[in-house]
Design a protein around this ligand. Structure first.
Ligand code: ZN
Ligand code: ZN
Length: 523
């Protein structure tokens, strides 16, 4: 068992997380780039933000002339980079913000003003990186926090497995001509947390085994004053986590169970329990997946990664809340020891589980964690996150996480959080109709596949058999947390893992810990 060095270090939690940079000292020359924003006026004319107006005045109206000459689009997420405008900057990225005073759009379930800023800043970052900039300055664009998020998410790269000499420079990010540096810093924290989840998810499965993941957790969380306990196979077997062990037994990589505790509130405050799916590779087991696309299942631990990312930021922001996380880490592999179709195991709550489909392994590991976490921590709210079913990807694509909630209040909270972060959620049904589909069996209590269609709902109904009388949110994230497969968002890299829904989890935890501080009026 490995324990964090000092247990709870409450006053260390204000520590500022170092932003990963590879940059300036390694570059022979420094190239500065600047991102400025332009709204689309009533008649289609460009309208500058205050900072952009000042900069345009400083360089004799050159920016306005160039926008008109080039016919650059002023829609959010569109932009153009210009050189030779100012002695200080190698390149200026002029980015569109759409119409002025955009706000909450109920049908779209998003704050369009904030999202426009994220898109604009993301596009600015991409344009300046193409220009070889090593320092990116971005103005506040009306929402400094979202400007920081968009830029930092867009500039992230996964290149850890390239030769060091061939690593591309990741530019540093600074705020330009805006007094609200606190919001900007908060945005950087949030984006860096998501980038941590992206790195953990994207790392190949042979380099991110259960033990590697556990080590990463210790490295990333313990210095922030978060306690990480790492339990080995003997401990897991002794705790009678039979469903978890049924999955883990198929692989030679030893399983690991993580207990993570953040204590930011009073000791007697009931904690929030977070449970993350941590399958470091999912081959499907004996119900083997098809070869094309199997490599994406290295990110079958993206739920756990999002929780780890969110917790690091919770600590950096010193949120007054107590959180316990339980993560079961293992591989799902076919072998002589692998679970077989039709096997029956006893869940920790005494319910027998039939394993009809060995590819439905996530819910088996989650079930044991949920029972264990509820009994150990007596939480007030359970949040579980995992890439549970391809069905949710078929339904919602890269658009939203499917969220199942047994509480209207909690659903409102998570929806509000996702409106603010732009990492959207969509409510799915948690009906008795689906409960019957997984429990109506003669010889066992629960089946891990269930009868009929509606996989995401059947998975949620399965987990529901292990949840007791508490508020519960279940995130099915297969569509959003794995490969970003479209170009709608300039701040995500195509065909790389997205780290979603880290920021929505974070925003939700923020709302729950500071209930009276709302960003904007959202129902
Ligand atoms: Zn599977
Ligand atoms: Zn899986």
């Amino acid at each position: 068992m490995i324990r964090s060095p000092g247990g709870f270090l409450k006053n260390v939690t204000r520590r500022i997380i170092g932003i990963r940079r590879l940059c300036s000292d390694e570059c022979p020359t420094e190239r500065k780039g600047l991102i400025v924003g332009v709204y689309e006026g009533e008649d289609g004319e460009p309208v500058f933000t205050p900072a952009a107006q000042k900069f345009n005045d400083k360089c004799d109206n050159k920016i306005l002339e160039l926008i008109k000459q080039s016919g650059a689009s002023l829609h959010p997420g569109k932009g153009k980079a210009f050189n030779n405008i100012d002695n200080e900057f190698w390149a200026i990225a002029v980015v569109g913000l759409g119409k002025e005073k955009l706000g909450y759009n109920e049908l779209e379930a998003i704050d369009e003003g904030m999202e426009a800023v994220r898109m604009a800043a993301g596009m600015g970052g991409v344009l300046l990186r193409k220009q070889g900039c090593t320092r990116v300055l971005v103005e506040g664009l009306g929402f400094p926090e979202q400007a920081a998020e968009g830029t930092a998410l867009a500039l992230w790269r996964y290149q850890e497995n390239k030769m060091r000499e061939h690593w591309k420079v990741i530019p540093s990010i600074e705020l330009y001509d805006d007094p609200d540096s606190d919001s900007f810093q908060r945005g950087l924290f949030k984006a860096e947390s998501q980038n941590l989840a992206r790195r953990l998810s994207d790392t190949p499965a042979n380099l991110m085994t259960p033990l590697h993941f556990a080590q990463e957790c210790v490295n990333e969380l313990c210095p922030c004053g978060i306690r990480v306990e790492v339990h080995d196979r003997d401990w897991i077997e002794h705790a009678k986590m039979n469903a978890f062990m049924a999955v883990a037994r198929g692989s030679c990589e030893p399983p690991v169970l993580l207990e993570i505790s953040y204590c930011g509130g009073p000791q007697d405050m009931k904690p929030i329990l977070m449970v993350g799916k941590g399958i470091t590779f999912d081959s499907g087991g004996l119900c083997l997946k098809k070869c094309p696309g199997m490599s994406r299942y290295r990110a079958d631990m993206s739920g756990a990664a999002a929780i780890v990312g969110a917790l690091r930021c919770v600590s950096a922001l010193s949120l007054p809340i107590n959180i316990n996380a339980v993560i079961a880490l293992c591989e799902n592999m076919p072998s002589g020891m692998a679970m077989k179709c039709g096997d029956v195991v006893m869940g920790m709550n005494g319910k027998s589980i039939m394993i009809t489909d060995t590819d439905n392994e996530g819910r088996l590991t989650l079930a044991d964690c949920i029972v264990f976490g509820q009994a150990t921590y007596k939480p007030r709210l359970l949040i579980d996150v995992g890439s549970l079913t391809p069905g949710i990807r078929s339904a919602l694509g890269f658009g939203a996480s499917g969220v199942f909630a047994n509480s209207q209040t909690m659903w409102s909270q998570v929806r509000k959080a996702s409106v603010i972060t732009g990492d959207r959620v969509w409510r799915m049904p948690l009906w008795k109709y689906f409960d019957k589909k997984v429990t109506n069996y003669r010889s066992v209590d629960v089946d891990n596949k269930g009868k009929g269609k509606g996989d995401p709902c059947l998975a949620a109904a399965f987990l529901n058999q292990f949840v007791h009388c508490i508020d519960w949110l279940h995130f099915d994230t297969t569509g959003v947390s794995m490969l970003a497969d479209d170009k709608v968002y300039p701040y995500y890299t195509k065909n790389r893992m997205s780290g979603r829904p880290t920021r929505t989890l974070l925003q939700l935890l923020y709302q729950l810990s500071c209930p009276n501080e709302g960003a904007r009026d959202i129902k």
